[in-house]
Design a protein around this ligand. Structure first.
Ligand SMILES: C[S@@+](CC[C@H](N)C(=O)[O-])C[C@H]1O[C@@H](n2cnc3c(N)ncnc32)[C@H](O)[C@@H]1O
Length: 258
């Protein structure tokens, strides 16, 4: 049997429920290859459960938001930890809306992260506005520790910094208040990590980063503070495992019959 990989007290290919500000302190220095995250934005999503044409009872409650006045302190805290735990060859991608972007940019500067790209993710958003433009983009900050050592697999010939990727709609299913499309996370993981690397997300939500990492043969680790979200993510990640297992079984069987 293969040895269970551990970083500090954490088993790799596990997720943990708890406060990232505390748990990240227990991750050893320079142990993470790639950090991909979509941190809480200091917007009250609970007040917005029935927004965006969603059936409110399908959206899980309890999403943990950060009060506006504490957002910078919160952001600087987790970004400092991220810098410490990333390997010299590592990279971090932070997804942010425009409203609190300044706090994230300032914290990245204060932490000595080097910005490689400021990516725009353009998505479709079918809402009607009367007196303003419809917000249909997010910012993705691609930052590294060491400008010469970071990994970058050039899987596209002309990779551009504007990505047009649709949001996923899980009609009729239980869902969390916000989630990243797997297609977007897949692109990040393929460009910025190799097989068996450790991909970490301190703010898992529905577990998209961990689930995608798993489908791509990467190791994953992640934290989520809200119990219902943690349980949702755990189930989602194990269902990805099941589909992988099925795929492996199928591949084995077809080999046996060759
Ligand atoms: C924007 S969501 C992440 C969405 C995720 N990328 C997805 O695709 O589902 C941010 C998550 O961070 C969680 N969170 C907020 N504060 C936290 C903390 N201190 N520690 C761990 N998780 C936290 C929230 O409950 C929320 O689920």
């Amino acid at each position: 049997m293969m040895d269970q990989i551990k970083i500090g007290k954490f088993k790799v290919n596990e997720i943990y429920q708890g406060d990232s500000l505390k748990l990240m302190k227990e991750i050893p220095d320079e142990s993470i290859d790639l950090l991909v995250t979509d941190p809480p934005f200091a917007i009250d999503f609970r007040a917005k459960r029935n927004n965006y044409n969603r059936t409110p009872e399908n959206v899980l409650e309890g999403y943990n938001e950060i009060p506006q006045e504490k957002y910078y302190e919160f952001t600087l805290n987790w970004i400092k930890q991220s810098y410490r735990i990333l390997k010299q060859t590592g990279s971090m991608y932070v997804v942010s809306g425009w409203t609190n972007l300044k706090d994230i940019l300032n914290a990245l500067d204060e932490t000595r992260f080097i910005t490689v790209n400021h990516i725009i993710w353009k998505y479709q958003f079918g809402v009607f506005t009367r007196k303003k433009y419809v917000t249909s983009h997010y910012h993705i900050l691609f930052v590294v520790k060491h400008v010469k050592k970071y990994k970058f697999n050039k899987i596209e010939h002309y990779p551009e910094d504007v990505w047009v990727i649709k949001r996923e709609y899980w009609t009729g299913k239980k869902k969390t208040a916000t989630k990243l499309p797997m297609e977007l996370v897949k692109k990040i993981i393929l460009f910025s990590s190799d097989k068996d690397d450790i991909v970490f997300d301190p703010f898992l939500g529905s577990g998209t980063v961990a689930a995608t990492a798993k489908t791509l043969g990467r190791n994953y680790l992640g934290f989520e503070i809200v119990k219902d979200y943690f349980t949702f993510a755990k189930e989602r990640i194990s269902s990805v495992q099941m589909s992988l297992d099925k795929w492996v079984d199928k591949a084995k069987k077809s080999k046996e019959t060759d």
